[in-house]
Design a protein around this ligand. Structure first.
Ligand SMILES: [Zn+2]
Length: 221
């Protein structure tokens, strides 16, 4: 037979255990969404910066400003997709050493899932134009194709295709990595569009779509 004292003691014990269990499990509830759909770490790399201004456009605007403006818009739009966590290799006008491989190292140390370097192209002939995407490792080809297709459609520029090149940002990165040349800053009509706010948002949206398309494809295989 259980005495009243023992009964009260046991009832208290059960209550404490239930409370402890609730408090202990509670943090898992708030983390449930992250467990179900882990965020992809995506590094966006605005080309050039600081003393390295990159290409100079016909009107005198420089590549390092274009790449940073575009990278910020990609980051802003990526906030609408909870699976994407975007990191910028630089978020202001600073110089990153290519000798010390700062850009790929940033992505490697972060354990990033994808790496996309943004650039504007340059050539001596101002009539040369178009969008092109570079990759190096075979596992980056699919990402390069997806980005190229979406950005080419968004810009409406000439499709210069996907190309292989041993640029260090795509070679020294441990994850699928591409370098996007959105258009030619030395081409007057492309340069004008590339610095337009609305046009940059359109390009940024197409970069996001390219990433989403790529993730869909790889998740289903
Ligand atoms: Zn560049």
């Amino acid at each position: 037979m259980i005495s009243d004292k023992k009964f009260i003691f046991m009832a208290l014990l059960v209550f404490v255990m239930v409370m402890f269990g609730f408090l202990y499990n509670h943090p898992d509830i708030s983390n449930a969404r992250q467990v179900d759909s882990p965020a992809y770490k995506i590094v966006i790399d605005p080309g050039h910066g600081g003393k390295d201004q990159g290409a100079e456009g016909v009107s005198g605007q420089v590549e390092k400003d274009f790449t940073l403006q575009l990278a910020r818009k990609v980051m802003e739009l990526a906030e609408q997709d909870s699976r994407m966590q975007v990191y910028l290799t630089r978020s202001d006008d600073r110089f990153l050493s290519s000798i010390e491989r700062e850009r790929p190292q940033f992505a490697n140390q972060l354990g990033a899932d994808l790496f996309i370097s943004l650039h504007g192209n340059t050539y001596t002939d101002p009539t040369v134009s178009g969008t092109e995407t570079y990759y190096y490792h075979p596992e980056s080809l699919l990402l390069a194709q997806s980005i190229q297709n979406h950005v080419r459609d968004a810009t409406g520029f000439k499709d210069r295709g996907v190309k292989k090149a041993d640029f260090f940002v795509v070679k020294d990165t441990n994850m699928p990595a591409v370098l996007l040349e959105v258009g030619y800053l030395t081409n007057p009509s492309e340069e004008q569009k590339l610095f337009e706010e609305d046009f940059q948002y359109r390009i940024a949206a197409s970069v996001i779509e390219g990433i989403q398309d790529y993730l869909r494809t790889t998740e289903n295989t």
